[in-house]
Design a protein around this ligand. Structure first.
Ligand code: MLT
Length: 263
């Protein structure tokens, strides 16, 4: 996997396909760009697909600082500049959606289109922030096995395919406890993206797993109503990681969306 030193961070990323049209895939917490393997295989025939690992997750090194969405957005902008990419369709799932909002505020001209998947616009409550700090400390103390045990029941349906459960566990274990803690602390400080919704001026797709309890369908409906002209797709037989639980339905929705965007 290629890597680059940008913005004070070492960022590993996948870069597949050779088309002029670029799709940027932003992953969920506490996984990495490997969660997009099926979407990369599907889209790389017609698009160039770029999927980074955030600081301290996957193969990217932790930076020793909280992974603020601002820092991650600058990492992504520097990566795209390094790759000479000026325009992209951007899809973010959950934390990837938080990052897509931050990126949109900083670089709206980058966006040919935006897919907001299993995510939310609102910030954390004070209780939510405190829970993230507790989680961050436990992750540092107890390690990635604990992180996977805690997260998997929230990310997947109770009767999820055991192979998908294993895949998620493996993706979590590719990170570092420091990266997990830094991501939790960064997400706790993220701003309210609700005002951003009304400012989004590119074609937008909202995707949600029908059984997503972390960012439920009602949340996706609210976001979709607030983004002018956006389309909402519900993914059946899927919880929060809707792309991993129903890759056929998710891939069909995402590929139809990006294939239909202007260059
Ligand atoms: C994710 O899937 O990225 C996380 O659940 C997001 C969050 O913790 O808010």
């Amino acid at each position: 996997m290629p890597r680059v030193q940008v913005n004070g961070a070492e960022v590993h990323y996948r870069d597949a396909g050779h088309a002029a049209s670029v799709v940027l895939l932003l992953h969920a917490f506490p996984l990495n760009g490997g969660m997009w393997a099926r979407e990369i295989a599907l889209l790389e025939r017609r698009h160039r697909v770029i999927a980074p690992d955030y600081r301290g997750l996957g193969a990217s090194a932790p930076s020793g600082q909280p992974s603020s969405l601002g820092a991650l957005a600058e990492d992504v902008r520097a990566l795209l500049a390094h790759l000479r990419v000026e325009r992209a369709a951007v899809a973010g799932l959950s934390m990837g959606g938080y990052l897509a909002f931050e990126l949109y505020r900083r670089a709206p001209a980058l966006f040919r289109g935006l897919a907001l998947c299993d995510t939310r616009a609102g910030p954390d409550t004070p209780e939510g922030k405190a829970a993230r700090e507790t989680f961050a400390r436990s992750a540092l103390e107890k390690g990635l096995g604990w992180v996977a045990d805690e997260m998997i029941p929230k990310l997947l349906r109770p009767d999820a395919d055991p192979l998908v459960v294993k895949e998620v566990r493996d993706l979590v274990r590719q990170g570092t406890p420091a990266g997990v803690a830094a991501a939790q602390r960064g997400m706790a400080e993220r701003p309210d993206s609700t005002p951003t919704l009304a400012a989004i001026a590119c074609p937008t797709l909202v995707v949600v797993g029908e059984d997503d309890a972390l960012t439920p369908p009602a949340e996706a409906e609210r976001m979709s109503r607030a983004v002018k002209g956006s389309k909402l797709v519900r993914v059946r037989r899927a919880a929060h990681l809707s792309n991993l639980e129903n890759p056929q339905a998710f891939g069909a929705a995402l590929s139809a969306f990006v294939d239909g965007l202007a260059a």
